[in-house]
Design a protein around this ligand. Structure first.
Ligand SMILES: [Zn+2]
Length: 421
């Protein structure tokens, strides 16, 4: 016999007002948070991230009618809703953290440590690295979304060193020279070593020197823009300098791939890969963690040594994920990490769709529109609308009907994890 316990739980979720966020009226995060919490967004306040999950820095609450309790403590009391395999691998906590980001201004140049480094950093510097878990992540664009991600390929690096004299000024001719002699035949490790050396010298450059060189770069680009069309990267560099004057990240960005995602395209970021989100709005999913090593484009603490030594120095443009079509309405994005996957569901007026039961937990976010959600094989029915966030227990079939132009995102544990374990 079915117990009378609900399979679906409505969640009240947290917001982060980091200074790079978008202002109310221009921010999906502000809109969703306000609908989700029933509170008015504050004018002139940036709304950067909407967090759905159990992380202690921004916990979600289960709405139980009388007294709200955190999803984390609710899961501790009801671990069976996570499913056996998830419990066995990650214990009685949600393995993923689901987010919406509204980016007005670049985020710091950062990378997320792998499990081993995460543990070490947490042990050595617990006040700086509060989290001992790794943090692979995936960003799925909901508007055009710009990012810097990974290092440019060798040939492009040579072009940068030839055409951006300011990089040479920082690093010195003698240190740049070996790169010009390299070809792809020299082997990955050799190329990585030289790239690491140049990047580290840029990032470690003396503060006064950086101010001077950035100043020279900006006046050169402004002058040249009168005679020629600047490249996309050069235009980006001018924007970054307005946001973070005198920051070494302005120069370092020449070494990274500049990526523009269209809505529906995603980027997955493994451990130790440098990246910086620049502008736009996205859905993000990651392992439950807040573990970031920063080194540029930030007023926050910079750990240049750690960042420079942890990176993989892999080169070339990142893979862009376009998802796999599950049915007429659902596209699935599967990153190469066990902890999570994202489904994107666009359901036109009057249509219906079923999310089959999966062996792990899910979180559904209603981005737009309304619908009726019911649990297969039970009497449980909910009317949901934009801003609603719903936790679904493992092994729950979720049926959605009577949609009115519904846009819905689901985060769950990666399907491949259940196939291989
Ligand atoms: Zn990141």
């Amino acid at each position: 016999m079915e117990t009378n316990e609900d399979k679906l739980q409505m969640l009240q979720c947290a917001v982060k007002n980091y200074d790079w966020g978008r202002l109310d009226g221009d921010s999906q995060v502000a809109r969703l948070f306000s609908l989700n919490s029933g509170s008015e967004p504050e004018p002139k306040k940036p709304y950067a991230e909407f967090w759905m999950g159990t992380h202690d820095s921004g916990p979600s609450f289960v709405v139980t009618g009388d007294e709200n309790e955190t999803l984390k403590s609710w899961l501790l009391k009801n671990p069976h809703v996570l499913g056996e395999k998830v419990l066995e691998k990650w214990g009685s906590d949600l393995p993923f953290l689901f987010k919406v980001l509204s980016v007005a201004k670049a985020l710091s140049i950062q990378a997320h440590p792998d499990k081993e480094l995460a543990r070490t950093l947490h042990k050595l510097h617990p006040h700086l690295y509060k989290d001992g878990n790794h943090k692979p992540e995936m960003a799925l664009a909901i508007t055009e979304f710009e990012a810097l991600c990974g290092f440019v390929p060798l040939e492009e690096l040579k072009v940068v060193l030839r055409t951006v004299p300011e990089v040479m000024d920082l690093v010195g001719f003698g240190n740049v020279l070996p790169i010009f002699g390299l070809t792809d035949q020299d082997g990955e490790e050799t190329v990585k070593r030289e790239l690491a050396s140049v990047f580290t010298q840029i990032m470690c450059a003396d503060k006064d020197k950086v101010t001077e060189v950035v100043g020279r770069l900006i006046s050169r680009l402004n002058k040249e823009s009168e005679g020629r069309e600047l490249t996309d990267k050069e235009k980006l560099v001018l924007r970054l300098e307005e946001q973070y004057p005198d920051d070494i990240g302005v120069i370092a960005s020449f070494l990274f791939n500049y990526v523009k995602l269209n809505p529906g395209e995603a980027l997955s970021l493994g451990a130790n890969e440098p990246h910086a989100y620049i502008n736009g709005e996205c859905i993000e999913c990651m392992a439950t963690s807040d573990n970031v090593v920063r080194a540029g484009l930030t007023p926050k603490y910079r750990d240049v040594q750690t960042l420079c030594s942890m990176l993989t120095y892999k080169q070339g443009p990142p893979e862009i994920l376009r998802g796999t079509v599950v049915n007429a309405y659902v596209t699935k994005y599967l990153p190469p990490f066990d902890e999570f996957e994202i489904d994107r569901c666009v359901l036109p007026m009057g249509e219906k769709v079923t999310f089959p039961a999966v062996p792990g937990p899910s979180i559904f976010l209603v981005m737009d529109g309304e619908a009726i959600i019911e649990v297969g094989g039970s009497m449980e029915v909910h009317i949901v609308a934009e801003g609603d966030v719903i936790f679904a227990a493992a092994n729950t079939e979720v049926k959605i009907r009577q949609a009115s132009d519904l846009i819905l995102y689901r985060a769950g544990v990666n399907t491949k994890f259940f196939q291989t374990s």
